[in-house]
Every structure is written in structure tokens, then in C-alpha cells.
Design a protein around this ligand. Structure first.
Ligand code: ZN
Length: 577
């Protein structure tokens, strides 16, 4: 028991020492000697452990019932202790949290705001905290701060949760709200995986070096946020502690300046591209583009912003991978290449946001570029910087009317340059769809993307804006509709439990993504009615792959989870059936 007691202090000291370089203004000598004195002092005193533990355990269980706390974790026999338990609660409702603590520890003070701490004479410059340490189970998830009282330099420890460490570590302790903790946690630095991050470029560096494709800031309460990251299909919370709202505001404003938006206007929704030259995991300098998106968000009565940052693949990475590297099967690659070999016509790549449309598109264009075809693209904005000619419509977005490069102007200018291959990024409006079909008709091979979810839906959508079936049948070469699903971790095969930990996928069960696609390559449509694609497919006028075909293929190779397989087999259509 004594051993653990001492160990926890050593851990605190260790964490504190690591912070020295960052927080030079603190009187660490004094803090060390205070803590060491405390250690010495506590050695001499007999600590009645079991009695208080039993008491708190019973009290805690009673109160957790009363306050309807859903997550409670009780642990026995860890760290050679006779009996230990750990509370794992998270109360985002501060009023309830305060009531709970007040009742459990009536003699201890609860600070719900920074001002209350300052009013009580605490030095806000003076703090350290214990954070999640992988190998140190005893303070796992401990949310604590250490502050100094100005009047007598006495050190106090503040906890956000009632844990046994409150008894063990410090006599002079108090409880704090989430918001107070968030303030301490992020006033100087923010910890993401142990590394200090303080601005938007650091965030981007962090994403690059940790292979994180998506980072989200989610509103936790009035004062704080938490961060989640996407690994494959899974969204994982990566910050253990709440993140101070002021910090998130700072990052948001920096991002706005970087994407060239007015940081004072506070629009309800903002999006743009963040471009940065970063050191990759393999130590290579990489030009990286991130898609930044932010919008007003509410959580209960709290208001803030939801922020998401998505890392995009760059041209070099996409063209190096090729269609094989993007996991398309032989037949799909054959159909995609067949469509690309046409001198004119239209090719549509469709799917929801983040379904890998751009990646597939640039993969095709890079091979056409390598063949020596002349490519022109009109994009808004340019997500993947390519070696061929790209017009970025967002560049003149804020220009005076007469200097504005509109989509219409860009298309007619582009036609005069007579390229072989044209990319019109994302067709939405009637005019855009018409323009696109027109390009295919006028002797260009035209590519575009849309948000539709199936081959049939895409055709109906195009016909709505460009209703001449004859024209469409003449120009239409290929439609791909796709989504991305998580690839089963090939090391653990998705079997995760307490006994078997997986280092390869970090216990997620999935590692990487796989495309699931429906492809229709149109041969000779003749007099067929394309509003009924089932008939068309059956008549052999198209070469066809369904999402079910792909799911079956993955299932046979044990590459996808059962739940994904069942979903696709249940909800996706196969036009041959
Ligand atoms: Zn695994």
C-alpha cells in the first residue's frame, strides 16, 4: 500500500519535470521540495485505507444511483492494494456534478469557474496535471490540476472526479468542474498523443505524422471541446481531457486566415483548403492539402462550432498507387480503362462526400496524362494539385463582377483551347449538367462527379436536367457509384477482446479502406429506354458490376466485417436481379 502511495507521487514528479522547459516561469524548485516534504510527512502517518474506501464505495454507489450516473467502473485488486476501485464517470452537466461532489465530499470545496479559484487567492500561473500515461495505470484518466495559493505558497490539488487518489495523494484537495480543468489543460499547451500543439500548423503536422485522415472538434459543453479522429471507418476520441474553447477559437481563426476568409465575419458555415508543406511519417517533405469545414453547432443549451479537417491524398500519392493500389478489381480496371480510351463522351463518378470520388478521378486522369493526353479541369476549389492545366473558380470568387471567372466563362474559354480530356468538378445545377453533356457531345472526353447513390439514380438525375435520351445515350460511356468501407484488420481479423490486443489496428478491428462500387459501362444502347436500367442490363447493352458482386468478393477473401457485408447484401440493388 505504501509503495503505491509513493509511486503516484513519483509519477506526478515525472510529469512535472517533463513540463519544465515549457513553463519556465514557475518556481519548480519550490514545488519539488513541497511535494517531497509531503512524501516524507505522509510516510510517518498511518493511513486508514480500507475504512474510507468502503465508506466511499458505498456512498458512491448510493449517489450514482440517485444522480443516474450511467458509467461506473469498480475494480478490485489492482496494484497490490487490498481493495481498490475506480470511478469512471463523466458528468457534462455541471450542476449535477457539483451536487454529486458536494454530497459525497461535504467538506471539500467545488470550483465551477476560473474566477472562483482566482477569488480564493490561487495563482493561475502555477499548475500541472496528470494525464493519461500508457504504462501508469494508477493515474489513468486522472483529471487533476495542481495550484498554489498566493498568500502562503501552499499547494493544492484539484480533481474533477472522486477517485481513490484523492485520499492517497493529497490532503488539501478540492474539486473542479470540467471548464476549470479545460482552462488549465489548454492555457499553455494542448496535448495530442503527448505532443504539445499550439496552432493550426501543429494540428496539421500532427495529422500528417500520425496518419490521421480526419480530425473533428466536437462541442462538449459551454467551455470545452473534445477531439475525435477517424481511423478507417471508426471515429475515435483522441483527447482524454476537455479542450478549452478559447483554444479551439484560436485554431479556428488561424484556419480562416489561412484559407483567405475574413475571421471577423463569423459566418454560419465556412469551408476551404489548407495547404502546407509537411514532414511525412517517412521523413519526406510533402505538399499536403486539407479540407477545412466548420459550422455552427449546438449541444443541448450550449453553442459553438463543429470543425472538421480532412487530409487529402496528393497527386503523387494517387498516381503512384494507380487503380490496383486503390483496390479496384480486374474487371473494374478494365471497364475504367475502356471508358478512358474513348475520344469523346461523358463519364460520371458518383457517391456521397468522402466516398473517394476525387481519388478515383485523379487516379484515372493521371494515367491519361501519362499517356500524353491534353487535360483541362475546372474546379472550385482545386483539391489535388496536378501537373495538367487546372482552373480554380474560387480564385476570382471575391473579385469584381467583370473580373470574375465564372463556370460559364471557364467552360467556353476551355473549349477554345480544345483539350482531349475535360474535368468539370461536381455537377449540381441544371445548367452544369447541360454543359457537361454538351462537352461529351462536342468531341471531348468529359469527366465529372455527382452526389447520387446508384447508376439508375444518376441517369434519372441527368435526364431531369438534360431530358434528351437520344443525346445522353450517344454520349454516356460510364457511371461509377461508390463508397468506402473499413478493411478488416488482417492481423487480428477483427476479433478484439480484453485478452487479445491488436497493435496493428489499435484494437479497432479495421485497418485501411476498400472501395465498394457499382459500375456500368455503356456499349450500344440503341432504342433501349434507359429510365429502366434493369431491362438495359439484362439486354447486355452494358457491362455491369454491382456492389453485391464486390461485397461477395471481399467476403470470400475475409476482407470485410459481417455487418458491412450484410448491409450491402440487404440494401444495395443489383440491376441483374
Ligand atoms: Zn487488428
Amino acid at each position: 500500500m505504501k509503495k503505491d502511495y509513493k509511486r503516484i507521487f513519483k509519477i506526478y514528479l515525472f510529469i512535472l519535470k517533463r513540463k519544465i522547459r515549457k513553463l519556465k516561469q514557475l518556481d519548480f524548485k519550490k514545488l519539488f521540495s513541497d511535494l517531497n516534504n509531503l512524501l516524507e510527512k505522509d510516510k510517518e502517518e498511518e493511513f486508514v485505507y480500507n475504512d474510507s474506501l468502503v465508506f466511499y464505495k458505498n456512498e458512491f454507489l448510493r449517489l450514482s444511483k440517485k444522480y443516474n450516473i450511467s458509467e461506473v467502473e469498480l475494480k478490485g485488486n489492482h496494484h497490490e492494494m487490498d481493495y481498490d476501485f475506480m470511478f469512471n464517470i463523466f458528468l457534462s452537466n455541471e450542476k449535477l456534478h457539483k451536487e454529486f461532489i458536494d454530497e459525497l465530499f461535504p467538506s471539500k470545496k467545488y470550483y465551477s469557474s476560473m474566477n472562483e479559484l482566482v477569488d480564493d487567492g490561487f495563482d493561475i500561473q502555477y499548475f500541472f496535471y496528470a494525464k493519461e500515461e500508457k504504462n501508469i495505470e494508477s493515474i489513468y484518466d486522472a483529471r487533476s490540476i495542481c495550484v498554489k495559493r498566493k498568500s502562503d505558497d501552499k499547494i493544492f490539488v484539484g480533481y474533477i472526479l472522486p477517485t481513490t487518489s484523492t485520499n492517497i495523494v493529497y490532503e488539501d484537495y478540492f474539486f473542479i468542474s470540467n471548464s476549470v480543468y479545460a482552462y488549465y489543460y489548454n492555457t499553455k499547451t494542448i496535448e495530442l498523443g503527448g505532443k504539445a500543439e499550439s496552432n493550426i500548423v501543429d494540428i496539421l503536422k500532427y495529422m500528417e505524422s500520425n496518419d490521421i485522415s480526419d480530425l473533428h472538434f466536437q462541442l462538449l459543453d459551454e467551455y470545452s471541446y473534445y477531439f475525435t479522429a477517424r481511423f478507417g471507418q471508426e471515429i475515435i476520441r483522441i483527447t482524454n481531457a476537455p479542450i478549452n474553447k478559447e483554444y479551439v477559437d484560436k485554431i479556428y481563426n488561424q484556419a480562416l486566415i489561412k484559407i483567405g476568409k475574413d475571421s471577423l465575419s463569423n459566418p454560419p458555415e465556412v469551408s476551404g483548403l489548407l495547404k502546407e508543406r509537411l514532414l511525412s511519417k517517412s521523413g519526406k517533405l510533402t505538399d499536403r492539402t486539407f479540407r477545412f469545414h466548420s459550422m455552427f453547432d449546438n449541444k443541448g443549451q450550449y453553442q459553438g462550432r463543429a470543425v472538421s479537417i480532412r487530409k487529402l491524398m496528393n497527386y503523387e500519392e494517387i498516381s503512384n498507387l494507380g487503380l490496383n493500389g486503390l483496390n479496384y478489381n480486374k474487371k473494374a480496371i478494365q471497364l475504367l480503362n475502356k471508358a478512358s480510351s474513348n475520344s469523346h463522351g461523358i463519364i460520371l463518378i458518383t457517391g456521397k462526400t468522402n466516398s473517394g470520388k476525387s481519388t478515383l478521378l485523379y487516379c484515372i486522369l493521371s494515367s491519361l496524362y501519362d499517356e500524353g493526353r491534353r487535360i483541362k479541369s475546372i474546379e472550385s476549389p482545386i483539391e489535388v494539385v496536378a501537373p495538367f492545366s487546372q482552373v480554380d473558380l474560387t480564385r476570382t470568387e471575391d473579385a469584381e463582377e467583370k473580373y470574375k471567372m465564372t463556370r460559364e466563362i471557364a467552360v467556353s474559354a476551355l473549349l477554345r483551347q480544345d483539350p482531349d480530356v475535360v474535368l468539370l468538378q461536381e455537377i449540381r445545377s441544371k445548367a452544369e449538367v447541360e454543359e457537361f453533356v454538351e462537352l461529351g457531345l462536342k468531341g471531348h472526353l468529359a469527366y465529372s462527379t455527382a452526389h447520387t447513390g446508384s447508376v439508375q439514380e444518376t441517369i434519372l438525375r441527368v435526364l431531369k436536367s438534360s431530358p434528351d435520351q437520344k443525346v445522353l445515350k450517344e454520349t454516356l460511356k460510364l457511371i461509377v457509384t461508390q463508397e468506402l468501407i473499413g478493411k478488416k484488420c488482417q492481423s487480428c481479423k477483427g476479433v478484439i477482446n480484453k485478452e487479445s490486443k491488436c497493435e496493428v489496428c489499435n484494437d479497432l478491428g479495421v485497418k485501411g479502406l476498400l472501395p465498394v462500387y457499382e459500375i456500368a459501362y455503356f456499349k450500344d444502347l440503341g432504342s433501349l429506354d434507359i429510365t429502366d436500367m434493369k431491362k438495359v442490363v439484362k439486354s447486355n447493352a452494358v457491362e455491369y458490376i454491382s456492389k453485391k458482386d464486390i461485397a461477395r468478393e471481399y467476403k470470400a477473401l475475409d476482407l470485410i466485417a459481417d455487418k458491412d457485408y450484410i448491409r450491402i447484401m440487404t440494401y444495395e440493388k443489383d440491376l441483374r436481379e
